[in-house]
Design a protein around this ligand. Structure first.
Ligand code: HEM
Ligand code: HEM
Length: 189
């Protein structure tokens, strides 16, 4: 057994949660963008002779967005639980992974990309929760805003990692690592 059952469960739950979190961000920036929707609301209302200020339209557009964005926080809690799960696995897991020094150059690079992703996930969970609880933590709104800018910047690492990782395992599966995907499903190597 290469990957233990717990490790595989962690991998797939983590994949679902991260794809979900990225999904909420993409929706926030496109279909549910308050900028686009507040203009749309004003335009459509003006067609039926109702005029509202851009400030009022913004409030409505944000209200439409909020039910969806709630999922950023629900999945955010799930991510924190998965971070703890992964820390537990670091100490207690019996998956058989090759040591870093025994890997060839390519696999070393892949392994490094995983280390970067683990650090990224940890940072996103920490910064996300610091923002979420900024008032209880006694932080100023400006501080929370600065954290948000870094949170948003670091998000790009995941945005690139996810498609590259998926393309990477597809390529590996078709070249010299047949069964790499099923290993992450059935655990055998
Ligand atoms: C958002 C989605 C995903 C994230 C964040 C993610 C994350 C990771 C991480 C961190 C590892 C390294 C595990 C370790 O050895 O410590 C890994 C390995 C792996 N993942 Fe994913 N994964 C995602 C989606 C997927 C998908 C969709 C597939 C399949 C198509 C996949 C297949 C694999 C495979 C086969 C490995 C083992 C690769 C190897 O031996 O180098 N992952 N994944
Ligand atoms: C993989 C994990 C995560 C990713 C990729 C991610 C991504 C993002 C991005 C890109 C934004 C900026 C959205 C925008 O302004 O357009 C954002 C905002 C935010 N995220 Fe995350 N996030 C993650 C995890 C978390 C977690 C664990 C929490 C904790 C609850 C969290 C809480 C927040 C908060 C409070 C905001 C600011 C919302 C606002 O200003 O209205 N995030 N996130």
């Amino acid at each position: 057994m290469k990957y233990s059952t717990s490790f595989r469960i962690w991998h797939w739950l983590n994949a679902i949660v991260i794809l979900g979190l990225i999904g909420t961000v993409l929706l926030r920036k496109t279909f549910l963008s308050w900028r686009t929707n507040s203009e749309l609301i004003m335009l459509e209302l003006s067609k039926i002779d109702i005029s509202i200020t851009s400030e009022q339209a913004k409030v409505i557009a944000k209200a439409i967005r909020s039910g969806m964005w709630e999922w950023h926080y629900i999945l955010g809690y799930a991510l924190v639980a998965l971070v703890f799960f992964r820390i537990y696995l670091y100490f207690k897991d019996n998956s058989k992974k090759e040591s870093f020094s025994s890997l060839d150059m390519h696999k070393k690079a892949v392994r490094i990309s995983y280390y970067i992703v683990y650090a990224t996930i940890l940072f996103m969970a920490l910064s996300g929760f610091t923002m979420y609880f900024y008032e209880s933590l006694g932080l100023a709104k400006e501080t929370a805003h600065s954290i948000k800018e870094i949170h948003e910047l670091v998000y790009n690492i995941l945005l690139y990692f996810v498609p590259l990782h998926i393309i990477g395992v597809f390529v590996a599966e078709n070249r010299d690592e047949k069964g790499i995907v099923s290993t992450m499903i059935n655990g055998k190597s």
